[in-house]
Ligand binder design. Sequence first.
Ligand code: OAD
Length: 259
Amino acid sequence: MRVLVLTGAGVSAESGIPTFRGKDGYWRNLDPTTLATPDAFARDPQLVWDWYRERRQQIRNARPNAAHKAIAQLADHTNDFLLVTQNVDDLHRRTGLPSNKMVQIHGDIFISRCSSCDWRPELRDAETNKFRNNTGLAGARPSTASNDQKGTERGLPKCKRCNALMRPGVVWFGEQLPWNELERVKSFFDGGACDVVIVAGTTATFGYIIEWAIRGSRDGGELIEVNPEETPLSRFATQLVREPAAVALPRIVDRIIHS
Ligand code: OAD
């Protein structure tokens, strides 16, 4: 069985991580969608770093919920599986989902990279430790624990190579998606259409999410949307599940595995 799962912030909501566009998403009265931009970083890098550091800490304190676990279980029971998550947290990873079965299309909040030369500390680690698995933003995976250990750290981190400001390794509005992650999505599609596509916890604001969901289910596959609210994707779905992801996904996965 061939399965594609697309997730967004709603899947981590029940782990206590605020969504972007939900009512609890605001931080210090600021709209996250205006903070996650190159402009905001250029204007006030300290403010943007404070926001990301707080989020890193919040994520470290959170735990994967029943939705993350159900997705990992599905990956385990299907021979052809890919999760494409827009989430920059590591909650999918912490269920034990292998990195070759997931793509973090908007990056990884625990990565920092230089805003000028793109240097990243874990690339240095990758070279010295010979630790490289050809996944992740540029082929090297950081460890959550070793990155930015000091959650309370303040100040602006500088690049050890060129001294420019470091920035969080996430995709901001208006920026290109990471090339090698896009290639991984593309090569999954090259492998054929899916029997099932599940889209959970996303407003599907970005056209590529809708496009991938439709492309994945192109040959009569199921397209299941899990979201308490209607989204632009809803009208393409073959099944609408208007429930929280942690409630709906264990049941859906159970049905797929036993069908
Ligand atoms: P949003 O915050 O836009 O949307 C969260 C979605 O989850 C909404 O459609 C909610 O109805 C739904 N939701 C809330 N609680 C849920 C639950 N318990 N179970 C299931 N669904 C639930 O988050 P995303 O769609 O992920 O990108 O946002 C997409 C991207 O926009 C993010 O990756 C980020 C953001 O700006 C960048 O920063 C580039």
